[in-house]
Ligand binder design. Sequence first.
Ligand SMILES: [Zn+2]
Length: 202
Amino acid sequence: MCPMLTSRRAIDALAVALCLSLFGGPSASFELISRDDWGANAATLPLKQHTPVRITIHHTAVGQNHARDITRKLRALQSFSQSDELLANGHRKEAWADIPYHFYIDAEGAIAEGRQVHFVGDTNTDYDPTGHIGVVLEGNFDHEQPGEEQKKSLGQLLIFLTSEHGIPADNIGYHKGFAATACPGENLIAALPRILERVRGQ
Ligand SMILES: [Zn+2]
């Protein structure tokens, strides 16, 4: 078993791929909570394949919850994602096939797999997410600060994803760079340059 990365259950194909990729450097090691680990349902609609060429960062825009387990958060997010819902802003969100993001980093810095990375994500805003790997951090960073563990996990995940998919660090951006939105919040946007410095330094 790879000492660099462990899955909570049996190591699946994705975890093995991560493990092999990460074997070179302890600074990039992390534990990925796979879809199997959190009990994902299958996608409920057809998914479109894409080749990831950039990484785009989001926030959940909901206050951090330090008490709830990440597996419950992911199941709730998937249930919301796969339903037709009336949003707080009065707009109706159509049902998506799955969680719109590919990776989720919770308030404690735990990292979970969302939509599988080779399928195009979804968005409520006016941009085409084809080619984007969506990474969402739990919190509303217009009001909260991203935690140290969250920032560390984001750096580790970005180092892994840029290497795994051959994505240059210049292609790491955030939602507000593509659409009319405050996402991922001013406090996370302000924290990104230091995180990207670390990614570029690998
Ligand atoms: Zn966003």
